[in-house]
Design a protein around this ligand. Structure first.
Ligand code: GLU
Length: 704
């Protein structure tokens, strides 16, 4: 560790800003004022930094995180706008073949018609952020070994979170790590646990274009949905109950029916999940050679298998819809990553850049990457298990929980801490609901083979595909983990001795794999701890070498703001993409066959769209989607897109194909995010699947 460097210097390093390009940067809200009023003004923002963030959230308080996505409050009655694909698991959970909310969409004509968003849907409203680096970093530096560094940091993070929740019982607290352990921030939120579905368009709108158009432009998906947040009558956070009342946010985004056009300023406020902007070349190479090919191979196989076994069975298709969508999204993303990283020649570019970094640091980073690569196949399989359509993940969590509860609460992996138990238990009910022997059997058979191959199970679980299928079916027929009540019991009262002696075949399997997974994690911790040791110095070296370009911490599911402009891009030589699409273009794509089967109501309304109040005067039609050069990634789905005065003009939902690899490097030439235009949302609620009550609420007609 570079001990001479103070924490203040590390923080200054991470915050060091002298941005030459306002469009690059997923800025922490605290950084907005550091960008300086001139920069914000030059970018096109007419609000002051203090209107957004004033030592605490102001307008940005209306941007919330929702189940791995982002969302924004759009009324004082707790109405939230997010993406259709973010509401997808909740829509799926409420669907049956005779009430298919995915296919047909959903309109709650009154509040009491709103449907519960099942499966652990939660909204976190930001309350406060506190820098706690000084309370964690010294212990990391004093740790005896690299593996110990992770444990020490996690203990401290857990303890700080628990202390914060004790002090603020109404809030949830979580410490987030920034930049390889260089900085820690304690984020306090008000968690809303009763979320309901208010409106979703049919899939023919919400996912129009499906996987064919996913991650690409031109795009015509109406990827939006409306939810409502509920709290107890006294305003406190509460689980779902009839008595609950709509949450009244302090602040919400006003909708601008005027929208935006080419050249206009926009700002994206949301919760990006993960980027790798500051990784060395060796890590990029590892992703190119190991990670993305493995994603394509494993998830591609699963996808194929799920589709084959659910074909012709509407009930099963609904059951696996969210899992399939997630896998398909990842496979296409991995293909785009490989294409994009090659196009950018990023490994070579990073190598050239690294000539400016200290050699000893790079050598250490290379050693860590090598260690990660040596166990990658095993680790990737283990981390992937929870993405499959099966109960194995329930068994794994049950086994792991029973082992973890023997440790003091602060020493456990955070997922198994007491404060996270309700979420863990809720997750299991979703898994039980989505599992089926018809699809789960063949999936488990395939996974057994891979687990044996990776030395995670004894060879008695292997054999020919036929033998494995017979074994998997036997396991799934005999297990009791398909019974929600039994699963509930396991998670409410975890008991290591009882579980170890349990002869449920799936639990036995879970127990064996969980033990190996725990050992694997300990090995991974040694590598993570190594990064924590060199992280601050490494980032400081990167910052110095990039100066005066900006450096901002990689995305980590905390609130970020990106400043941007509506604009197209040069796709390749001779081809320029314009930044807006229209209802006319959407109708022209209609073939009548999925994923291009636009509902009849859209096609009928389309004829009148040019005369709609939501038509764009320049386009002479209602706009559907628009491009801008905002700096976004996964997790930014559903992020409110705001205009120069902070009014909502769209919802971010994707990026263009050329920008998938943007997670590794921002490129002004093709880093473009895709948003659905709020005018399309308003038009749909007016003329396609009318929802006058919601429309009135959204437009806040009385206030105008
Ligand atoms: N469409 C992306 C996804 O589903 C989210 C937004 C993005 O990555 O740009 O992961």
């Amino acid at each position: 560790m570079h001990r001479a460097m103070t924490t203040a210097a590390i923080i200054a390093g991470l915050l060091g800003t002298n941005p030459s390009r306002a469009e690059e940067g997923q800025w922490l809200p605290e950084q907005l004022s550091e960008l300086g009023p001139e920069r914000l003004k030059a970018a096109g923002l007419e609000l002051a930094a203090e209107d957004l963030w004033d030592g605490g959230p102001k307008l940005l308080r209306a941007a919330v995180s929702y189940s791995g996505c982002s969302a924004g409050f759009v009324s004082d009655q707790g109405l939230l706008a997010t993406n259709h694909h973010c509401a997808y698991p909740a829509l799926q959970a409420q669907s049956r073949p005779d009430r298919d909310l995915l296919k047909n969409g959903f309109v709650a004509s009154s509040r009491d018609q709103e449907l519960r968003a099942l499966g652990g849907a939660e909204v976190d409203v930001l309350v406060a952020i506190e820098d706690v680096t000084e309370r964690i970093r010294p212990a990391i530096e004093a740790a005896k070994s690299d593996a110990d560094r992770v444990r020490v940091a996690e203990r401290k993070m857990n303890a700080l979170s628990v202390a914060c929740e004790t002090k603020h019982p109404e809030n949830r607290c979580k410490v987030h790590e920034h930049g390889f352990g260089a900085r820690y921030r304690l984020v306090r939120t008000f968690r809303i646990r009763d979320v309901r579905l208010a409106y979703a368009p049919p899939s023919g709108i919400g996912e129009f274009g499906g996987e064919v158009d996913n991650w690409s432009w031109p795009r015509h998906s109406g990827d939006f949905a409306l939810l409502r947040a509920y709290v107890a009558p006294d305003g406190s956070s509460a689980v779902h109950s009839e008595e609950n009342v709509p949450y009244r946010p302090d602040v919400h985004f006003r909708i601008s029916p005027e929208g935006v056009g080419p050249g206009d300023f926009v700002m994206v406020a949301g919760y990006p999940g993960h980027t790798d902007r500051h990784w060395p070349a060796a890590e990029v190479q590892r992703h190119v050679e190991d990670v993305f090919p493995a994603v394509i191979d494993l998830y591609g196989e699963w996808l194929d298998l799920i589709e084959r076994h659910a074909r012709g069975r509407p009930d099963l298709q609904i059951q696996v819809a969210a899992i399939s969508k997630g896998l398909a999204n990842r496979v296409k993303n991995a293909r785009g990553m490989l294409a994009g990283l090659k196009r950018m020649d990023l490994v070579e570019r990073k190598r050239a850049f690294e000539a400016r970094l200290p050699a000893d640091l790079l050598a250490e980073a290379e050693r860590l990457t090598k260690a990660t690569r040596s166990t990658f196949r095993r680790d990737f399989l283990l981390e992937s298990l929870e993405r499959g359509p099966n109960l194995l993940a329930v068994a794994l969590d049950a086994a792991r929980l029973a082992r973890e509860v023997e440790r003091p609460d602060v020493a456990r992996a955070p997922r198994y801490a007491d404060r996270n138990r309700p979420a863990l238990t809720e997750l299991q009910s979703r898994r039980v609901r989505d599992a089926s022997v018809q699809v789960g059997g063949p999936w488990l058979a395939s996974v057994l083979g891979r687990l044996v191959e990776a030395d995670l199970l004894p060879s008695s679980y292997g054999g020919s595909p036929k033998q494995r299928l017979a074994l998997a079916s036997r396991i799934l027929k005999r297990t009791r983990l398909d019974d929600p009540e039994e699963v509930q019991k396991l998670f409410e009262a975890p008991d290591r001795t009882a579980l170890e002696a349990d002869d449920d075949p799936l639990l036995t399997l879970g127990w064996m794999v969980a033990a190996k997974a725990e050992r694997a994690e300990a090995e991974q911790e040694a590598v993570r701890g190594g990064w924590m040791r060199i992280g601050p110095r490494y980032l400081e070296a990167v910052r110095a070498a990039r100066a005066p370009d900006p450096i901002y911490p990689d995305a980590n599911r905390t609130l970020r703001v990106s400043l941007a402009r509506v604009q197209g891009y040069r796709v390749r030589d001779g081809l320029f993409a314009t930044p807006q699409t229209t209802v006319g273009g959407q109708v022209a794509k209609h073939t009548g066959r999925a994923p291009f089967d636009l509902p009849e109501a859209v096609r009928n309304a389309a004829e009148r769209a040019p005369r709609s109040p939501y038509a764009d005067p320049q386009l002479e039609d209602v706009p559907v989607c628009f491009l801008s050069d905002a700096d976004t990634t996964g997790g930014n789905s559903g992020s409110p897109v705001l205009d120069r005065r902070g009014r909502l003009v769209g919802l971010n939902f994707d990026r263009v194909w050329e920008n998938i690899a943007g997670d590794f490097a921002y490129n002004p030439a093709w880093s473009r995010n895709i948003s659905v235009d709020v005018r399309y949302l308003l038009w749909t609620l007016t003329d396609v699947t009318p929802a006058p009550r919601l429309l009135e609420e959204l437009l806040d007609l009385e206030a105008r």
